[in-house]
Structure formats: structure tokens, C-alpha cells
Design a protein around this ligand. Structure first.
Ligand SMILES: Nc1ncnc2c1ncn2[C@@H]1O[C@H](COP(=O)(O)OP(=O)(O)OP(=O)(O)O)[C@@H](O)[C@H]1O
Length: 517
């Protein structure tokens, strides 16, 4: 089987229903809010406990954390076809989050990184066959989609294309992509498929090269192709069912949200949406409904044309060299990430899925090392933050209710099931990322040399108990990045916001040297 076939023969992970939080009058809500208040009123424990004296901070305040039944624990979900979702053990109101490293396994398969005898140096670099099952999620539809009602967008579409909209598939074959740059809907451009480059729960990503233009920025593009859930492929049989309508609305909501946010962003350290295969995905408030009205037989593909990061994602890159990134490199990458998140938060956008897999590298680590003595080092960004499928545009003081994220990166308050501040859940994830780069392990994985009992504990339990510590870095290590981890992997009322992360010497010292910051 060739690489391409292997990539697409992976089990497709369907989108799952995800409800919002119970109504504020709901008893359950009252209970969890009370628990959270209790949590906040506790005296803060030492963040870096010694192994002898360590008692988990929440054991006293919320003894029920010891009880698996009472935690809103992420559920492990075996990929089933969406038609079988009703057979899933998941309570529809429980937290469902994408399981870690699913994509990393795929890359391992594609690039044959995981050799049978490869030395496993850490929890972060686990062998493919030890990876757990996926857990999947979808932002709740209760959250409104951001939509810029730009009249220009609509007016700019040529009548010729409007009359054909809904049937762009005739301009599309598997090897060639016709697309439109944003706001240039009257000038179709062509790209040729090169190879698959990645896959997530909700999309396959492919590399395409331009066939008809010289702009170097467009010469190679990453095309993120939405994976449609199975039930939307059989439109004729089930298009009146409630399940079908709900799935369609949910998918449409998260798609339009991702596109509208991406379209509004302009930052060197954030992936760019350059164009789309069919303008209707950008210009319509309800593109999937419109497309199905025009052609009820099948939804045409949705291909987002994005800037291409040729060195892949940070998790795969770290795994490929068995971890051990030098501090200067971690500092540089993290400073760029902090720049990107600061920009998002300043624009009232929360990402909600910050993780190593969503940090893309424009250059290999070796290239970056070689740039060190050249002016390019200060002129050029090395990362782009990607995957805005769970992002949200919010009011500055708005609390979020959609329980979403990725298991290893999700904050305790999201696990607890209470409304949460998205800025703080993003900075929690930044702490997870920085810790992982320092330690080559995820902070809430079972500790090295864990007992069988410790290993059997769910990750969510360790997260809820703030149960992490340094192993590779010693307690008296003077690395200034440690402060960021210690002030982000902590209770929400003590947790740093992005401005504090940004102003810490670990970030600021680097940012001050960058021409593009
Ligand atoms: N612009 C890009 N350049 C290079 N590789 C990319 C690009 N965009 C995505 N990828 C690769 O494809 C993978 C999946 O992309 P992405 O995270 O956007 O998809 P997704 O379906 O939304 O994923 P998730 O399951 O995390 O929600 C990334 O981890 C990365 O390896």
C-alpha cells in the first residue's frame, strides 16, 4: 500500500454531538459551580512539591476526585461510523475531547519514524503501538458562529460562478484543484496535488503546487480538506432525519467559524487562509445548506487553501529527533507562540486547541540552527499556529461553555464542567506545551517509574489535582521558562494571562530581538 492509500485508509473519526453546559438554574450546574468556588477558596499549595511531602492539592477540598464515577472524565471512544453513534457509551453531555497523538501515529506510519527497536526516551515519544484510542469532540452548536456580513464578498462573486455554484466539482478532479484567492472570486487558479502531509480528526491535509502563477507565496500550499461525516454522504436516504439536520448544522457552524476567524487574521506566526475551492464556503452564512439545496445528492469538497509549513508540526519534529531540544530553540519557538496567542487574545479570539500538533514549523531544526548567525534569524518567523476548528470570537469578559480541547492540554476548569475563561484555558495549554518541550513528556502523563496504581489513573485525575512536577529540570534550575510553567499550570485565579507570559524574561528577551514582532 502506498503512503497516500495508507493515510486515507486510517479510520475516519466522526464528529460527535456535543451539548453545551446545563442551564444555570440546573442543579448540576449549581453543584459544580459550588465545587469550583470551593476550589478557588483553597489556599494555594506549593506548585512544585517535593516527593516526600507531596499531597495532591485537591484531595482535601474535593475528595470525590478519588472517585472515578464522579469526575466528568473524558470518555474513550472507539471510532464508529456516525450512524452508530447512538451505540457509543458516551453520555451526550459528557466531555469529549480529541485523544492525544492520533496524528503523530499517522505521521509515524507515513514517514516510518517508528522503527521496531526505536528507543523510547519519554512519555511524549511513545511508540505508535502504545497509543491509546482516540476521543473526539465538536464545539457545541450553542455557540454562535462569527460571520462577517461583508456585502463586498457577495458582490464580488461573478454571476458566472454564482450560476455554477453548488457544482464546482466539475472543475475539480483528484489531481487538480481549482481555487480562488480570498476576495478574488473572479480569477480561478489551478494547483496540482503533490502528496498528503497530515491528517486530523476533522480533515486531511495535502500539499499542492501552483500550475499557473509565479507568486512564491502561492507556489506551494497546504490544502485542508474537510472530512464529511458518513451520514452526510447519503443525503437522499436520510435528509429529513433529525440526526442528519443536527450533524449538518453542527458541521456548518464549526466550518464557518473557522473560516471567518481565519479570514480575519493577519499575523506572521499564524497560518494564513489564502483561498478556497468554492467561494460559497466563505460568502454564505449557511454554505452547506445552500450547497445541498442546489445539489441534494452530495456535498462538494471543502478545500481550504492555506500557507504551507514545510517542516511539519512540532510534535512530529520533536519525536523525529527523540526530544532533547536545546533551551535557546525552545525559547525561540515559545516566544513566537506567545506572540501569536497575544495577537489572538488582543483580538478577542481564543484558540482552545493549543497543542504541539498545531504548531507548524516553516523550517527544520537544522535550518533554524544554521540561520543563527544570519540576519534571517531575526527577520523570519519559524512557526505558524494552525487549526482554528475550535476557536471562538468572544466578548472580552465572556465565559465559555463548550467543553472542548485535547485531552492532555485541557484545563481543570473545563474538566470540572463549569463555565470557563477561554484566555486562561489557552494559557494553561501554553504551560503544557512549554513543560513538554522542557521535559520531553506531557505533564499529566503517569510519572516516570509510576506504580501500576498510578498508571491506571486517568490523565484527567492528575489534571484536576494539578498533579505535575519537574523531572529533567531540577528544582533549583534557573531557567526562566520554568516560571511560566509554574504560573500557568496552576489554579485559574492565580494563573497568568498571556500578557504576563509575554512580559516574562523568557519570552520578552527573545521578542525584543525579532524584527517581525
Ligand atoms: N499549513 C500546513 N502546513 C503543513 N502541514 C499542515 C498544515 N496544516 C495542517 N498540517 C498538518 O496536518 C495536521 C492536521 O491539521 P489540522 O490540525 O489543521 O487538522 P484537524 O482535522 O483540524 O486536526 P484536529 O484533529 O487536531 O482537530 C497537522 O497536525 C499538521 O501536521
Amino acid at each position: 500500500m502506498d503512503e497516500y492509500s495508507r493515510l486515507f485508509s486510517q479510520p475516519k473519526t466522526p464528529r460527535l454531538r456535543q451539548d453545551g453546559f446545563p442551564d444555570s438554574t440546573d442543579k448540576q450546574q449549581e453543584r459544580t459551580s459550588t465545587d469550583e468556588n470551593k476550589e478557588d477558596n483553597q489556599k494555594a499549595p506549593s506548585i512544585v512539591p517535593t516527593s516526600e511531602s507531596y499531597t495532591t492539592p485537591l484531595t482535601v477540598s474535593i475528595p470525590t476526585f478519588e472517585n472515578v464515577q464522579t469526575l466528568p472524565t473524558p470518555m474513550t471512544y472507539t471510532p464508529l461510523s456516525p450512524g452508530n453513534l447512538s451505540m457509543s457509551p458516551i453520555d451526550q453531555s459528557s466531555l469529549n475531547i480529541p485523544k492525544r497523538r492520533s496524528h503523530a501515529r499517522l505521521l509515524d506510519d507515513m514517514l516510518s519514524i517508528a522503527q521496531p527497536n526505536q528507543r523510547v526516551v519519554s512519555e511524549l515519544i511513545a511508540p505508535a503501538n502504545l497509543l491509546p484510542q482516540r476521543v473526539v469532540s465538536l464545539p457545541t452548536v450553542a455557540e454562535e458562529t462569527l460571520y462577517s456580513d461583508s456585502a463586498d464578498d457577495k458582490n464580488n462573486i461573478k454571476e458566472a460562478y454564482l450560476s455554477e455554484s453548488g457544482d464546482y466539482t466539475d472543475k475539480y478532479d483528484d489531481e487538480t484543484l481549482q481555487g480562488f484567492l480570498l476576495d478574488h472570486w473572479d480569477q480561478p487558479l489551478l494547483w496540482r496535488k503533490v502528496r498528503p502531509i497530515g491528517s486530523g480528526n476533522f480533515s486531511n491535509v495535502l500539499l499542492y503546487e501552483s500550475m499557473d502563477q509565479s507568486d512564491p507565496k502561492m507556489a506551494q500550499v497546504a490544502v485542508k480538506r474537510l472530512k464529511y461525516p458518513e451520514e452526510l454522504s447519503h443525503v437522499e436516504q436520510i435528509n429529513t432525519s433529525l440526526r442528519y439536520k443536527e450533524t449538518l448544522s453542527r458541521l456548518e457552524n464549526s466550518l464557518t467559524r473557522e473560516l471567518q476567524v481565519l479570514k480575519s487574521l493577519n499575523h506572521p506566526c499564524i497560518v494564513k487562509l489564502l483561498g478556497i475551492n468554492n467561494p460559497i464556503f466563505i460568502t454564505s452564512k449557511k454554505p452547506l445548506h445552500d450547497l445541498i439545496k442546489k445539489n441534494p445528492r452530495a456535498l462538494p469538497p471543502c478545500d481550504m487553501i492555506m500557507s504551507y509549513c514545510s517542516a511539519g508540526d512540532l510534535l512530529a519534529a520533536v519525536m523525529a529527533r527523540n526530544g532533547g531540544l536545546e533551551i535557546w530553540l525552545i525559547q525561540r519557538i515559545f516566544a513566537e507562540l506567545a506572540l501569536a496567542v497575544k495577537y489572538l487574545h488582543r483580538n478577542n479570539i481564543i484558540h482552545r486547541d493549543l497543542k504541539l500538533e498545531n504548531i507548524l514549523l516553516k523550517y527544520t531544526f537544522d535550518d533554524i540552527n544554521n540561520f543563527k548567525d544570519s540576519p534571517i534569524y531575526y527577520k523570519q518567523n519559524f512557526i505558524e499556529l494552525a487549526d482554528f476548528g475550535l476557536c471562538k470570537k468572544i466578548e472580552s469578559d465572556e465565559m465559555c461553555t463548550a467543553r472542548c480541547g485535547s485531552e492532555d492540554y485541557v484545563s481543570p476548569e473545563i474538566l470540572m464542567g463549569v463555565p470557563y475563561d477561554g484566555h486562561l484555558s489557552d494559557t494553561w495549554a501554553l504551560g503544557v506545551i512549554l513543560y513538554s518541550l522542557f521535559e520531553d513528556r506531557l505533564p499529566f502523563d503517569p510519572p516516570p517509574n509510576a506504580s501500576v496504581r498510578q498508571r491506571s489513573r486517568a490523565t484527567s485525575h492528575r489534571i484536576a489535582r494539578f498533579d505535575w512536577r519537574w523531572y529533567r529540570l531540577s528544582d533549583d534550575d534557573t531557567n526562566t521558562g520554568k516560571k511560566i510553567v509554574e504560573n500557568t499550570l496552576t489554579r485559574k485565579n492565580q494563573r497568568w494571562l498571556i500578557d504576563e507570559v509575554y512580559d516574562s524574561p523568557f519570552v520578552k528577551d527573545i521578542v525584543d530581538t525579532l524584527d517581525f514582532a
